[in-house]
Design a protein around this ligand. Structure first.
Ligand SMILES: Cc1cc2nc3c(=O)[nH]c(=O)nc-3n(C[C@H](O)[C@H](O)[C@H](O)COP(=O)(O)OP(=O)(O)OC[C@H]3O[C@@H](n4cnc5c(N)ncnc54)[C@H](O)[C@@H]3O)c2cc1C
Length: 1011
């Protein structure tokens, strides 16, 4: 019985070798279906009941389903009846859902009208939730479990909770697991009979079975640092495992999203290898058949168990996060980890079920499914393999598929119910998942109980369905949003640091980079190195005694030389075909991709970006190259303005000339690359002036321009004192454009200087000017705090708040205020602070000693203006430039804290009475860059969209991390001139439009196709 993988699946070929298997499956299936048909329809699907009507509606109308489930999701946060009826109207009022008169009548008849349009809605939804979860009352929990026990059904308990966003919450969660085990152990001891489903030929199974989610035991899981996650989760798990051993309890690891899959498997293997836990407690884990990796993982888990002679339980499920996994993979441009067709998942479930049965001496198979075909397949295979019917078990969710549960028990098999306990509020996400599962068009339950699918349909072999479909359906097609005529564009995927080889690559790149520190990087003019007498050291913000390199310091003379080179090179470059220039940018993109890890390593050391931030910056730089190349290819084809007989009107674009690019240090590669490439692909030549803080990254970018083969003079590198050479060039009559990103102070100076027309100047200067922000997020009373807390932390503190898009003002509505602030402060206190090169550190040093002193001084003066609500601690390292993350509350709207840009890890929080006041506070700023709103009120969301004054508004997500093309980035008012980096129109800033009109009529004769 120890067959090795790969295992056979029932394909048409091997069916001939096992002629009776499919027949056996059908027999079992029919038997179960007959038992189900004799039982009562589950109340959720009963046409007589109110829930049944709602579910019927949801299945009939996708829009209604979305509105209903969103309403259910927000409901527990609503405390007053006026709030409930407001939301009810916003989600399900007549204007929102256009129900057919028949459905409306049907609902009324089902006594739903009072639910939908009147009082009692909270009680009804609570009732609905109660169908799927046991609540929070100890007596009720114990009562329900005891009833299950008496009915012959075993259980596993799971604790529902809010997402764990802080270490304090993780501690509380761990304690809840301990308390629940103690409570149940005390009670179970008093029950008169052991549960029949815990009796197996291999002995009595533990009646106390606990399902644990590892994400509840550590709040700072970072893909780049699984080692720390394993350490911290293990530390909280050990007491749970010890207690489980003492009580003879069973511990199961649930399987969550794909990002946590490898971590979960590794944790399972590491902790149960610890001498203390090699024998007990009894343990198991869930594995998801919808994952393409699942077969390999199961194979590995079986060998692990076999080698250790440790019998484990594998709960085989199909997987609960299919939509999420497909959406996230597509957003990130990562391979989609799940099968695309439901039938493929079903077939894999059958294949892996067989693997479990064939290895039943090593693994105890627990089949978590409500699908009769999947169950019948297990029964048929077990019969074929002559496995005792009580040597494996079925698991089903509490409140789901009761007739199927009864059928399984009636047939003499063992059953375990998965019973979530906990409060209603965090339980809503669970309820919505169950409702989605019950109403899924593809799901077995809806097909059986709501749609009345035929027996043949329900028991159809999944393989037959796969064979009947087009192979293209087996892969999820990325939906490309781009509409370029000449070349497609996809964002560069961020590195998935859950993959071990990617982590190793980055660690090696940092080591490698360190060997190259201390180089002198000259200016580059006309593609030639130009050394200077003065060199400025660039220092690691985490260690000011580590010199990353020395940058040449240009004087006005070199600035003039660079300008002369640029002017000389531009005409030829500008005359090249746009497609040729685009091709050079595409070459840049591929060079950057080749050097991605090395570029990240340099950013980590020179700019103090952590792994993920550095990786995102390099990916964005690659995006700029690819995107602007694609835009230019399109703009390079003259566009017809209007079609009119006898005349041709074509729009062409010409380069502006020579310009200067002045870039900041906070996105040291992406912004410098973006501004430079947009200008040069348009046919201009440039002088590239990177920031004084990150000149080595600028020099590396210049290397790539040289390697990509840009002609001499098209891109020139000029490092040096911005106040002198930058100012000189901005004012220069032969400069045609200036692209600047940086502080308001310098930006306004440039704007003014460029507006002055010098003698001999032939062009009006174009200024692309992106400045700062004082960005605000509104947290509404009904916001999902799990998301709002995480979003505020990442928006405010990632890269130490040194992003122009960073959150610096939080306006929280009063009902949500106390709870939100408690959780926000606890979450902030859980952030890991330390050198950016250590993976998993969220907060690193600020860019320089000067910045550190400036921010610390602002924090000091802030204490006079507002209440210091919390301040973090930072490593005591005099060589590093740390600033403790800081939160101020009760910040007056007129204070400097509320109005001035700080560019550091400092958040100013204000409480607001209502949404009107929140909008007014959010808009009370001279800046208009980014903004955000967390709300579950459709009307408030619409108001935020219409009224928040900012260039980039984000609803229910963090406000940083704009992606090229997806979220063209830039603000207005004192945040900038309204240009959008990464947007289609951006390149036009570096071009002048020309329209050429030709009269095509000659002597009254018009050609059929005008040029
Ligand atoms: C006791 C128990 C414990 C569970 N624990 C976990 C757990 O730890 N982790 C977890 O993720 N889930 C868990 N689940 C949830 C489980 O994944 C779902 O309930 C289950 O997938 C529903 O499968 P089914 O066989 O009952 O229904 P079916 O209707 O046969 O299958 C539905 C499933 O098919 C898959 N699917 C749907 N559409 C597609 C598609 N287009 N392409 C490919 N596949 C598709 C999805 O997995 C979907 O859930 C558990 C379920 C039970 C019963």
């Amino acid at each position: 019985m120890s067959a090795s993988f790969p295992l056979p699946v029932t394909t048409p070929e091997n069916k001939t070798r096992q002629p009776d298997l499919e027949a056996l499956i059908q027999q079992w299936g029919e038997k179960i279906l007959a038992l189900i048909d004799a039982a009562e329809t589950p109340s959720l699907f009963s046409k007589k009941g109110f829930y049944g009507t709602l579910m019927e509606w949801a299945m009939a109308d996708e829009h209604f389903k979305t509105q209903l489930f969103r309403f259910v999701d927000v409901l527990p946060t609503l405390s007053s009846s006026s709030e409930i009826s407001r939301h009810l109207k916003e989600y399900l009022g007549d204007d929102q859902v256009k129900l057919s008169p028949a459905l409306r009548l049907g609902l009324k008849a089902a006594t739903g009208a009072s639910w939908l349009f009147g009082a009692g809605v909270k009680a009804q939804v609570t009732g609905m939730a109660r169908q799927f979860m046991l609540g929070n009352d100890e007596k009720e929990i114990v009562g329900t479990l005891r009833k299950l026990n008496e009915q012959g059904s075993a259980f596993t308990v799971d604790i529902l909770g809010e997402a764990v966003v802080s270490e304090a919450e993780a501690d509380q969660f761990a304690q809840r697991y301990l308390d629940l085990m103690d409570l149940l152990a005390r009670q179970i001891g008093r029950w008169p009979h052991p549960c029949k489903s815990n009796e197996s030929p291999r002995g009595q199974l533990s009646p106390l079975n606990l399902s644990v989610k590892i994400s509840a035991l550590y709040s700072q899981i970072q893909p780049a640092d699984p080692d720390t996650a394993i350490d911290r989760i293990s530390a909280r798990l050990r007491p749970i495992l010890r207690r489980a051993s003492e009580l003879g309890a069973f511990i199961n690891f649930d399987m969550e999203s794909y990002a946590l899959k490898d971590l979960t498997l590794r944790l399972f293997k590491t902790i149960f290898d610890e001498p203390e836990f090699t024998l007990s407690p009894a343990c198991g884990l869930a594995m998801q058949a919808y994952l393409k990796d699942c077969e390999a993982d199961l194979n590995d888990m079986i060998s692990w168990a076999r080698t250790r002679r440790r019998r484990i339980t594998v709960r085989l499920v199909k997987g609960a996060y299919w939509d999420y996994e497909t959406v996230i993979a597509q957003q990130q441009h990562w391979p989609v980890p799940v099968f695309a067709q439901k039938a493929e998942t079903d077939a894999n479930f059958e294949k892996l079920s067989l693997a479990l049965l064939e290895n039943e001496e090593t693994v105890h198979g627990a089949f978590g499914t409500h699908n009769v075909r999947s169950i019948a397949h297990v029964l048929a295979q077990a019969e074929r393999l002559r496995i005792d019917q009580r040597n494996f078990e079925f698991q089903m969710l509490y409140g789901m598929a009761d007739p199927i549960k009864s059928a399984v028990l009636d047939l003499g098999y063992r059953l375990r119910e998965y019973c979530p306990v906990g409060e209603l509020l965090p339980g809503m996400a669970y309820l919505v998942r169950r409702l989605l599962e019950n109403t899924s068009n593809e799901g077995f339950l809806a097909n059986k109980f709501a749609k009345g699918a035929s027996r043949d349909e329900l028991l159809k072999p999944p393989i037959a369905e796969i064979m009947g479909r087009s192979p293209s359906l087996s892969t999820i097609q990325y939906q490309s949003s781009t509409t370029f005529q000449t070349s497609p564009f996809h964002n560069e995927p961020h590195t998935d640091f859950t993959i071990a080889s990617e982590r190793q690559r980055m660690a090696a790149a940092i080591q490698e980079q360190r060997k190259k520190l201390g180089q002198r990087r000259p200016l580059i003019i006309n593609n030639k190195p130009v050394p200077t007498p003065d060199w400025l050291p660039s220092l690691n913000p985490a260690n000011q005694s580590e010199v990353i390199g020395y940058a040449a310091q240009a004087t006005v003379a070199e600035a003039e030389a660079a300008l002369a080179a640029a002017r000389a090179a531009q005409p030829d470059w500008g005359r090249r075909l746009p497609a040729d220039r685009a091709a050079q940018l595409e070459k840049m993109a591929s060079l950057m991709r080749r050097d991605k890890a090395a570029l990240c390593a340099l950013e980590i050391l020179e700019a103090g970006k952590n792994w993920a931030e550095a990786d995102a910056d390099v990916a964005e730089a690659i995006d700029f190259c690819k995107f602007y190349a694609a835009v230019m290819r399109d703009l390079g084809c003259p566009q017809r303005t209007q079609t009119i007989p006898g005349e041709s009107n074509l729009l062409h674009w010409w380069p502006r000339g020579a310009g200067i690019i002045i870039a900041p240090w906070n996105f040291p590669l992406a912004i410098l690359t973006g501004m430079t490439t947009a200008a040069v692909v348009a046919g201009n030549s440039v002088i590239m002036k990177p920031s004084d803080q990150t000149p080595m990254i600028g020099a590396r970018l210049m290397d790539l321009f040289l390697e990509a083969g840009f002609p001499p003079g098209v891109v020139n590198l000029l490092t040096g004192p911005g106040g002198k050479i930058g100012a000189h060039l901005v004012a220069h009559p032969q400069i045609d454009f200036i692209a600047f990103t940086g502080s308001k102070e310098v930006g306004l100076r440039i704007w003014e200087s460029a507006g002055h027309t010098a003698p001999g100047q032939v062009n009006l200067k174009k200024v692309v000017c992106e400045m700062g922000g004082k960005n605000c997020i509104i947290v509404d009373n009904d916001a999902d705090l799990d998301e709002a807390v995480v979003g505020a932390i990442s928006s405010g503190f990632s890269y130490q708040g040194q992003k122009c898009s960073a959150l610096s003002r939080l306006v929280v509505l009063s009902d949500a205020y106390e709870k939100f602030m408690d959780r926000l402060i606890a979450a902030a206190a859980s952030m890991r602070v330390g050198p950016a090169e250590v993976p998993g550190n969220m907060i690193g040093p600020v860019i320089s000693r000067h910045a550190q002193q400036r921010i610390l001084a602002l924090i000091e003066s802030g204490k006079q203006e507002a209440k210091l609500a919390w301040q973090g601690t930072v490593p005591n390292d005099p060589n590093a430039c740390y600033v403790p993350p800081t939160l101020f509350t009760d910040v007056p709207a007129q204070s400097r804290l509320f109005r001035e840009e700080i560019f550091g890890p400092v958040l100013a929080v204000t409480r607001s009475r209502d949404f009107d006041e929140a909008l007014q506070l959010a808009n009370d700023s001279e800046f208009a860059l980014t903004g955000g709103c967390y709300s579950r009120s459709p009307i408030n969301i619409e108001r935020a969209k219409a009224e928040m004054v900012c260039g980039n508004l984000y609803i229910n997500r963090s406000i940083t991390g704009a992606m090229v093309e997806r979220q063209p980035f830039g603000g207005f008012k004192m945040s900038g001139g309204g240009t959008k980096a990464g947007g289609r129109e951006y390149i036009q800033n570096f071009l002048v439009p020309r329209v050429v009109t030709e009269n095509c009529l000659r002597r009254g004769f018009a050609p059929a196709d005008e040029p």
